[in-house]
Design a protein around this ligand. Structure first.
Ligand SMILES: [Zn+2]
Length: 249
């Protein structure tokens, strides 16, 4: 609750209310007794003693303090009371204040609920964003493969010391044309990726899933196709190609 004065003085402004002019209530400041209807101050003057005062008497006693906010009626302009509430003000002020207290608690609980719901909504959005970002990062990592290198040829069937060709595509994917020990040609994805077997047209060759690459049927259209789509290419032995990939990084 807001304290209207220093802590050593327990006086508390509880509410500012107003009633119909024809239904004025009596100011309880000793020696006053005027009928008041606008800006009626309900004050806890200490020790649980509640007084209903006109604004003039309130200011005389406590000083003019427009910054003082009543505990229950936030709007200093004065809350208009219903007839029922006016009767309570006159005959059972404590009961009226209890009603105000209940209202205030309900408002506070609603505010807290709204705040918690909006915090939860923000947390949910952040979680969705994080999940989506992680997913996109994964997707990007899959789409643009690292320009991986390896010291040794990973395929045991390659004809020793044979020349090979690397074709680097704009999407970051590479393809290596290598010769099999039996003299036929293969085109291998480098590095390999999901869906490699659907990445090249039949003019290049046929995907061999056990091999992990394409069996080339006709070498000339195969090379023409890979070259046409390549940003750059490197012909040489394995170590030449790995060096070129490292440099292009
Ligand atoms: Zn008065």
């Amino acid at each position: 609750m807001h304290s209207t004065t220093a802590s050593d003085n327990p006086t508390k402004l509880l509410a500012i209310v107003e009633v119909d002019e024809a239904q004025k209530v009596q100011c309880q400041e000793p020696g006053c007794g005027h009928g008041v209807y606008k800006r009626i101050h309900v004050v806890d003057v200490g020790g649980g003693q509640i007084m209903v005062m006109g604004s003039t008497c309130f200011e005389k006693r406590f000083g003019s303090a427009p910054h003082i906010q009543p505990a229950y009626t936030a709007n200093g302009a004065g809350r208009r009371l219903t007839e029922e509430q006016r009767l309570l003000l006159v005959h059972n002020t404590a009961q009226l204040l209890a009603i105000f207290e209940d209202e205030e608690n309900a408002i506070r609980a609603r505010r807290l609920e709204v705040l918690e719901r909006s915090r939860k909504a923000i947390a949910d959005r952040q979680a969705r964003f994080d999940a989506r970002s992680a997913y996109l990062r994964q997707l990007r990592a899959a789409e643009v493969p690292a320009q991986a290198t390896a010291k040794a040829i990973p395929w045991g069937w390659v004809k020793p010391m044979s020349s090979m060709a690397y074709f680097h595509w704009p999407d970051g994917q590479g393809w290596i044309r290598v010769m099999h020990g039996n003299g036929s040609q293969r085109v291998m994805p480098w590095p390999t990726f999901d869906g490699w077997d659907e990445a090249l047209p039949p003019s290049v060759g046929n995907p061999d899933l056990d091999l992990g690459g394409y069996r080339v049927t006709d070498i000339l259209p195969c090379i023409a196709y890979l070259r046409k789509h390549a940003l750059w290419e490197r012909i040489g032995i394995w170590s030449d190609i790995m060096k070129a990939i490292s440099k292009a990084r």
